[in-house]
Design a protein around this ligand. Structure first.
Ligand code: SAM
Length: 180
């Protein structure tokens, strides 16, 4: 179904980069309808868990603790952090704005979501933890990469095959967080 098709992208990235292991604590930002959450919950079992958030509702998934709300609201981000109850090993963000068609506005919204994911990751990741965040091609990309380069040992760009070639979405994979 739709859920598993969405999950292919994460499965492809995981096969290439070995992102997920049993026992990990994972945050999934922009999780609905749940493809990534479902895939991640399967890979972190046994012993791991996934805390997921979306402003849209999501049907329950075993091993996934779901928070419904707008992640850019401080109270929602704080609820996600409280559900974690401690540091995270991996933060995933597939958040994307609903497109208005006004290109500059859409780019600014997408950049704000990526920055919100990065801020959050820098607050909850354990030292050595990783972040995978969806971004869009454009003039903002260099600054986002530079920001990640300051706090993570390595930053790579990924375009999984399941991501349609025409779409301008990319993922930045930032590995080995170190507090700065
Ligand atoms: N990774 C998901 C999957 O595998 O099913 C698909 C995610 S979809 C591409 C992007 C999601 O980001 C949408 O469900 C949207 O509601 C969510 N989103 C966008 N802005 C958000 C925000 N401010 N707070 C929470 N979720 C948001």
């Amino acid at each position: 179904g739709r859920r598993s098709r969405a999950g292919y992208k994460l499965a492809e990235l995981d096969r290439r980069d070995r992102l997920l292991r049993p026992g990990m604590v994972v945050v999934d930002l922009g999780a609905a309808p749940g493809g990534w959450s479902e895939y991640a919950a399967g890979r972190v079992a046994p012993g791991g868990r996934v805390v997921a958030v979306d402003r849209l509702p999501m049907a329950p998934i075993a091993g996934v603790d779901f928070v419904q709300g707008d992640f850019t609201e401080a109270a929602v981000a704080e609820t996600v952090r409280a559900r974690l109850g401690g540091p995270a090993d991996l933060v995933l963000s597939d958040m994307a704005p609903s497109l208005s068609g006004v290109r500059d506005r859409d780019r600014a919204l997408a950049e704000a979501l990526a920055l919100a994911a990065i801020d959050f990751a820098e607050g909850v990741l354990r030292p050595g933890g990783d972040l995978l965040v969806k971004v869009f091609e454009g003039p903002e990309l260099a600054a986002l990469r530079a920001r990640l380069g300051a706090a993570f040992a390595a930053v790579a760009t990924r375009k999984p095959p399941a991501s349609r070639a025409r779409s301008s979405e990319l993922y930045l994979l930032a590995r080995h967080y170190s507090h700065v």
